[in-house]
Design a protein around this ligand. Structure first.
Ligand code: ADP
Length: 494
């Protein structure tokens, strides 16, 4: 039985300005519109946030273009851009407590996870701060009397659209490489989680980023997001979110042939062989399915367990899942917070019903907890078959599906039988098998005997319909730069 913790009541948490940030100024939406933002723990309204119209998007995009062309940014030494990113990292560190509380309040993320995300945010800014003056071109040997070299230059104005599950971390993954490379930004956070991005803009200005370099517009996808994607001043869109949204964005971006990079969903396989360290595998599968109440694009939700280990594995996983403490995300004793919204709650509960109806065995969990907030007990389905909906679609909730297998050759093909390809994991003591798996699995990120080990220097992104392009690492810088080739004649008729 999952315990529920309702205490303590949220301390008074300082809210950031809630207007739009355009060209270094806090402004209301041109039409004066606002929308409510909620606390997913209570379902109550936290604040009203300005909602950007197409007119505001136009102003922000033009401001970002002017800032891109202005000498204060364009002529700034790369090393100085790096210094600003370092300062931003320092400021995030200094404001860790208030940022973590605000993130937890608005996203329902448990407070310890909010701190964990912020550590990754700090790493990310420091990592890209170091890159700013190391984005190099090449010299290319030529036939004849020529010198040829390449320059890596910023793409220009980038539109960045991010989801609600990791509001601060997704912001950092997008800002870090974009700013290191010298781009300017128009960002739209998710409508569910607008608050921490507003605070981050304040910190960015304190860190020294000039007006107009970072513009922040809250609003909804079909309006604000769509206007950003369609705007002619935007040179590139970086998007993290749902596969179906990415398809709409790609079509819309085609009109102006914008560069697009997508980090989308998944239905990642986690394969546990009979020779695995069972405790480590249970630990890994638990994190893979229940971190942030299962609201992670790289969740390992297809858990393939070799027959010889399955019973023991499922029993251990169920014991852990059923003792998980749900409740107030701001209470340090809480282990799982609410789903983000009523809509997500309904969607996840719908999948659980489908799982039950399809003949899979619900081992534990799967019920809504309490009448307030959007809590779901961590669920495990056993006896799941490859073609069941719960094994094919991204649920985005605390629902693990256990599938059985008997040998390596069949499980590899089954693990790859999905339209997604974001992440994968294998637990085995057989080193050759682990590397065979890493080579053959169609996924952008593979963990061997671990899960969710992430950092700013590790490229992250998907194969197949999980997206294209990479966040993090040197790879992300390639997507935020254009490559220019210069050929110089050395023969000036002398
Ligand atoms: P989720 O299901 O996680 O909310 P979405 O893909 O709907 O995933 O949302 C991710 C981000 O994309 C959010 O900031 C959302 O507002 C934005 N978004 C949704 N629809 C569109 C669209 N048509 N154009 C641009 N952005 C969109």
């Amino acid at each position: 039985m999952n315990r529920f913790s309702a205490n303590p009541t949220p301390a008074s948490i300082e809210l950031p300005p809630t207007q739009l940030m355009i060209n270094g100024q806090w402004v209301d939406a041109a039409n004066g519109k606002t929308f409510d933002t909620y606390d997913p723990f209570t379902g109550g309204v936290i604040a009203q946030v300005a909602e950007a119209s197409a007119e505001d998007v136009d102003r922000a995009c033009r401001a970002a273009r002017r800032a891109f062309e202005a000498p204060t940014w364009r002529k700034l030494a790369a090393a100085d851009r790096g210094q600003m990113l370092y300062r931003l990292a320092e400021l995030v560190e200094k404001n860790k407590d208030s940022l973590a509380a605000l993130e937890s309040l608005n996203s329902g993320k448990i407070i310890s996870d909010a701190y964990g995300d912020i550590d990754l945010v700090i790493n990310c800014f420091r990592y890209y701060a170091g890159w700013a003056d190391k984005i190099e071109g090449a010299t290319i040997p030529m036939r004849g009397d020529y010198l040829a070299y390449t320059l890596r230059q910023p793409v220009g104005v980038v539109g960045q659209i991010i989801p609600w599950n990791f509001p601060l971390l997704m912001l950092a993954w997008k800002w870090g490489p974009a700013l290191a490379a010298g781009n300017t930004i128009v960002m739209k956070p998710a409508e569910q989680t607008p608050l921490t991005a507003l605070r981050m803009v304040e910190l960015a200005h304190e860190a020294g980023f000039p007006s107009g370099v970072i513009n922040l517009l809250n609003g909804f996808g079909e309006t604000t997001g769509d206007a950003i994607v369609g705007h002619p001043e935007i040179d590139k869109i970086a998007f993290t979110g749902h596969v179906e949204t990415a398809k709409i964005i790609q079509k819309r971006a085609a009109d102006t042939l914008k560069r697009v990079t997508f980090e989308l969903g998944g239905k990642s396989p986690l394969v546990v062989f009979g020779d695995a360290d069972v405790e480590a595998a249970v630990e890994g599968a638990f994190a893979a399915n229940y971190w942030h109440a299962g609201q992670c694009c790289s969740a390992g939700t297809r858990v393939f367990v070799q027959d010889s280990l399955r019973e023991e594995f499922v029993e251990k996983l169920a014991r852990k899942a059923s003792s998980r403490r749900l409740g107030n995300p701001l209470d340090p004793a809480t282990e799982q917070g609410p789903q983000i919204s009523q809509e997500q709650l309904d969607k996840v509960l719908g999948y659980i019903e489908q799982g039950k109806g399809s003949g899979a065995r619900l081992v534990t969990g799967g019920r809504r907890v309490g009448g307030q907030g959007y809590f779901i007990e961590p669920a495990i389905f056993d006896g799941v078959k490859d073609d069941m909906t719960i094994a094919r679609e991204e649920i985005f909730g605390p629902v693990a599906s256990v599938l059985s297998f008997d040998d390596e050759s069949t499980v590899m093909a089954r693990a790859n039988d999905t339209r997604f390809g974001l992440a994968a994991a294998v637990y085995t003591r057989d080193l050759s098998r682990a590397h065979r798996f890493a080579e053959r699995i169609n996924a952008g990120f593979v963990w061997l005997n671990c899960y969710f080990v992430l950092d700013a220097n590790l490229p992250f992104g998907g194969f197949k319909q999980s997206g294209f392009g990479r966040d993090n690492g040197q790879a992300a810088l390639e997507h935020y730069t254009e490559l220019k080739t210069v050929v110089v004649s050395k023969d000036l008729g002398a």
